[in-house]
Ligand binder design. Structure first.
Ligand code: ARG
Length: 451
């Protein structure tokens, strides 16, 4: 895994944290003034603490997956959006947030979402979507995702840079949502998984990220960065939901993949590859990608390569259930359903093998293919297929933060990091499904949910 650019990205995020806290307070003040109500009546952006307010979160139980520590009765001091201190002694001043009956953990992170997509618009229904409608979807889905306890996500693929507009709006405090890494349009070969293959030739339809040849793909990387991408995504094999592609077939040559990775790393961004088939997976790992998305048919040689290169796998092992049960009604093409019947079960088996082989596995759900806000359903599958609940939580916090290059920003409960916290009723170590019902959400020190 390359760590190039991670400190740069971390610094930018820290700056955003401070800036967005500030802007949020101002926007909220203007908004409330304009509509003439008090903060108690409306909380469009979450509960914003005043400049000098210190919040003390009293956690009945605190789990920090990074260190695997579980502590009773902890007091977290939150100042300026950051965790200032964690102690078993109650600080003398500050506004208490009483979570003494709950389990507190770091905000969850999802390495693979499509906030601008809808779960009920697959196949030919996709033709209705525009960059504008995608952005509107994004506003709704970002909120839903945050309320489900996901305080940071990586958005891998969106048309018309709708994801970038969304990320910027969230950072500016205009709309509530998770901290986002956004890729812009996924880079892919002509006719590949990341192209638009639904229409015949006379329509000349082509997805924004299509490029062929090493220099053309370098140019796409540069273009995506020019328009604000904070991560690069490309398609290295066919896919389930695309028309006319084969899951096992590699897309792009080693030369093209190397060009993408080299260019992205040189410009300070990490690279995520969509890959189901074993050849595409191995070629992409050799080319130096930071994460393999799906990784469904990774073979043993692929596992060895991933281990050797510290490549993280992000395996969406829940989504198959949605596709097979509800996909047809959502517009998914018959050929895609047929592909899913082959890939779904094998992906879970390879997840188990990858975990046994000690490979870094990040929590990546592909939410957007299925309903946003149900991201956490995947935890139970990760546990069913071999992880301990602690390992599954680590996959959605510290492992993801490391993959994102954000380990100095979020993903752990430690002083100096963003106050991104969630809480559940009960103990997720004995029932991982409790994470499907998060009752408290704080991001950057701002409370968005407190039930
Ligand atoms: N976006 C992915 C694709 O079309 C979804 C794959 C879902 N299936 C799975 N078993 N993970 O290829």
């Amino acid at each position: 895994m390359s760590h190039q650019g991670s400190t740069g990205v971390a610094r930018i995020f820290k700056l955003f944290t401070i800036l967005s806290m500030f802007l949020k307070t101002i926007y909220l003040a203007i908004y409330l003034f304009a509509i003439g109500i008090t903060p108690a009546e409306s909380q469009p952006m979450g509960e914003v603490a005043g400049d000098n307010d210190v919040i003390i979160v009293h956690a009945g139980r605190l789990i920090d997956p990074a260190t695997e520590r579980v502590l009773a009765d902890q007091y977290l001091t939150i100042e300026n959006g950051l965790i200032a201190a964690v102690s078993s002694n109650r600080p003398s001043s500050g506004t208490i947030v009483d979570l003494s009956e709950k389990t507190v953990l770091p905000g969850l992170m999802d390495a693979h979402v499509h906030l601008t997509s809808r779960h009920d618009q697959h196949g030919y229904r996709r033709l209705r979507s525009t960059p504008a409608s995608s952005a509107i979807n994004g506003v709704v889905n970002a909120h839903t995702t945050l309320m489900a306890g996901f305080t940071t996500v990586r958005n891998l693929g969106a048309q018309g840079y709708a994801d970038i507009a969304l990320r910027d709006a969230i950072n500016a405090g205009l709309v509530p949502g998770p901290r986002m890494l956004a890729s812009g349009p996924s880079i892919g070969i002509t006719g590949g998984h990341c192209d638009m293959n639904l229409l015949p030739a006379q329509y000349k339809a082509k997805a924004g990220g299509v490029a062929d040849g090493p220099w053309a793909v370098r140019a796409k990387v540069r273009e995506n960065i020019k328009y604000g991408a904070s991560v690069i995504k490309f398609c290295g094999t066919g896919g389930v939901l695309s028309k006319g592609t084969t899951i096992g077939a590699q897309q792009f040559t080693f030369e093209e993949m190397s060009a993408i990775v080299d260019e992205a790393h040189a410009l300070g961004l990490k690279v995520a590859v969509h890959a189901h088939g074993s050849d595409g997976i191995k070629t992409a790992i050799k080319a130096g990608v930071d994460s393999v998305e799906h990784a469904s048919l990774i073979d043993d040689e692929g596992l060895r390569l991933a281990k050797k290169n510290n490549t993280t796998l992000s395996m969406d092992i829940y989504v198959s259930d949605f596709i097979l049960a509800e996909g047809e009604a959502a517009g998914i093409l018959p050929e895609s359903l047929a592909k899913e019947r082959i890939v779904g079960r094998q992906q879970r088996e390879r997840f188990q093998a990858a975990h046994r082989a000690g490979i870094e596995i990040a929590f990546g759900s592909d939410a957007g293919v299925y309903r946003h806000g149900l991201n956490a359903r995947q935890f139970a599958y990760m546990v069913e297929w071999g992880m301990t609940p602690m390992e599954a939580m680590k996959a959605a916090t510290s492992v993801t933060a490391d993959l994102f290059g954000l380990s100095e920003v979020t993903g752990r409960v430690s002083p100096g990091l963003a106050a991104d916290l969630i809480a559940v009723d009960g103990d997720p170590l004995s029932d991982i499904r409790l994470l499907e019902g998060v009752t408290f959400v704080m991001k950057d020190g701002v409370i968005y949910k407190d039930e």
